[in-house]
Design a protein. Sequence first.
Length: 223
Amino acid sequence: MTTPPPGKKLTVKQQRAAERERKLEEYKKREARMKRNRRIAIWGSVAAGVAIIALIVTTIVLTPQRPSYTAGGEGAEIEGVETFENASDHVEGVVDYDQTPPAGGPHNPAWLNCGIYEEPVPAENAVHSLEHGAIWVTYDADALSDDELETLRSQLPGTYVILSPFDGLPSPIVLSGWNTQLQVEEADDPRIAEYLEEYWQSQSVPEPGALCTGAIDGPGKVS
């Protein structure tokens, strides 16, 4: 900026030049501030985007992914699977079933909502869910460790399945569909996935495709 010698005033031309110089200096400072703010905003957006992506990736990695099974089966033979000839009738009250746990037979008019249960559920309602194509996975709570139970849960589909403890099982884990059943000793038995692939949402049940939600919850439902 032009500065006059002591005791001497600037000419009009010099004053105009000085004013232009002052405005130019202010403009440069303003532009510098705006550029700095834009850089801060851009890097803030980048950091936020990276954080969101990291959160999504972490969620995908840490969230257990449900296995995918094909509804219905192709008649595969699985070692240890038993089949039965239970009738399908709606009844009230307690039913004395031929299998433990039940794999079909008379059942309550209200089905059990599919899901994960930490307490025993009413058999009469669970059997109705089998009629709709659900698989009832029962386990001996005293025979399975927490890790083994988690291994079992990790193999289950996201729908049309009931997991619950059951007293008096003939083996640590029993999988039951309508008129089919498989007993296994270990949670990592490969036949568990084979059974689910063959009998989950089977078309051979009395009411294939009927709902497994919208009825009643049993005690201890967690999901």
